[in-house]
Ligand binder design. Structure first.
Ligand SMILES: Nc1ncnc2c1ncn2[C@@H]1O[C@H](COP(=O)(O)OP(=O)(O)OP(=O)(O)O)[C@@H](O)[C@H]1O
Length: 337
């Protein structure tokens, strides 16, 4: 059962037309529009403008929505991500940013170009689709993103976790999620102090990461767009939804594309083959330990974000149990190491 997330506004065509007017003034107006499914955080609509262009309107949660600590100002973060990628990793397909709007009372929104293709999640629902070439391309694209280097580790703004070292930034990111869990009364499968101590015990493994690489971090199948190329095979057409970007260990970006699976178990996965065709990728024991820390982080995040998305253990018992089990398994593996 899906829930309507309180972070996701319910837009109407009139509101879309108003936001487009606020973005372009007397310029192009809306000829047609409709909601785009697939996301769960923001409100996202496709828009056909009367000058013939096709765009996407993405509206941030209302200013009074309760969010996790790291989710502050994600609309502005996504605008920075699109600009960064266009300037420094231009071969990675991201939409052109047409407008970043902000109104103190209403909140923020983006207007961007509509990319061709459908998400891998959407395509998979058709069944029998060979998406291997598109996944290979997404590995190549991630390797290109990772050539971009940040000024520090973690998030790039002042009010979210960051640090001069990856150990410091990652520790602060875990602490922020544990503080969110406490605020939202989220039941975790282990005591927060124990999770914090476990991360502290493995922190030396993080010191191998010396360069803050640009990470998309949310490259699950819903955010990877693909369409048939000239030979009819599915190729990458977009890596969207960059609002959660940060700087850190490139390995962290391999967790979401293999969501609920293990990178170490699938060394020939097309994403990894694509990545390796463009950059070195060593999946040794040290890498496996870091991957385990990053999966632990992602499962923790997915458990902790449930109430802010309108989901509780009572309303979504299976989701909560499955994520808590996965989190518990990673914690157990890390405790054994
Ligand atoms: N520029 C674009 N061109 C084409 N399709 C897009 C574009 N931007 C977003 N989409 C589609 O709309 C969907 C929702 O957008 P997006 O993922 O940015 O929303 P979200 O609410 O932030 O999602 P999430 O819950 O993953 O955080 C995407 O999965 C993608 O399929």
């Amino acid at each position: 059962m899906s829930a309507h997330s309180p972070t996701q506004r319910r837009l109407t065509p009139d509101e879309v037309a108003r936001l487009v007017r606020a973005s372009f003034g007397p310029g192009p107006a809306v000829a047609d529009c409709g909601p785009l499914g697939g996301g769960g955080f923001a409100a996202v609509w496709w828009v056909r403008l009367d000058d013939g262009r096709e765009a996407v309107l993405k509206v941030a949660p209302p200013p009074d929505a309760r969010l996790l600590r790291y989710e502050r100002d994600l609309c502005a973060a996504e605008a920075r991500y699109f600009r960064l990628v266009a300037a420094h990793a231009p071969r990675v397909p991201v939409p052109p940013l047409l407008h970043h709007g902000a109104d103190p009372a209403y909140g923020e929104w983006l207007v961007m170009g509509l990319l061709p293709g459908r998400s891998l999640a959407d395509l998979a629902a058709d069944g029998g689709v060979d998406d291997g070439p598109a996944r290979f391309d997404s590995g190549v694209a991630l390797a290109a993103l990772h050539t971009v280097t940040g000024a520090r580790f973690g998030y790039d703004d002042a009010h979210r976790p960051s640090g001069a070292t990856w150990r410091e930034a990652f520790g602060a990111m875990v602490d922020a999620l544990l503080a969110d869990a406490a605020d939202w009364d989220v039941r975790l499968p282990a005591a927060p102090e124990w999770i914090r101590a476990l991360v502290g015990r493995h922190a030396p493994a993080l010191d191998a990461v010396r360069r803050p690489a640009l990470l998309h971090f949310d490259g699950w199948d819903g955010n990877v767009l693909a369409a048939p190329g000239p030979d009819g095979r599915l190729r990458l057409t977009g890596l969207v939804d960059g609002e959660r970007f940060l700087y850190g260990d490139p390995l962290m970006d391999l967790v979401s594309p293999l969501l609920l699976r293990k990178v170490e178990d699938e060394p020939d996965h097309p994403v990894l083959r694509g990545y390796r065709s463009a950059a070195p990728l060593d999946l040794d024991a040290a890498a496996a330990r870091r991957l385990s820390l990053y999966r632990m982080y992602l499962y923790l995040l997915m458990v902790v974000e449930m109430p802010s998305r309108g989901m509780t253990p009572d309303s979504h018992p299976e989701r909560h149990t499955d994520l808590a089990d996965l989190l518990h398994q990673e914690l157990t593996d890390l405790a054994r190491d």
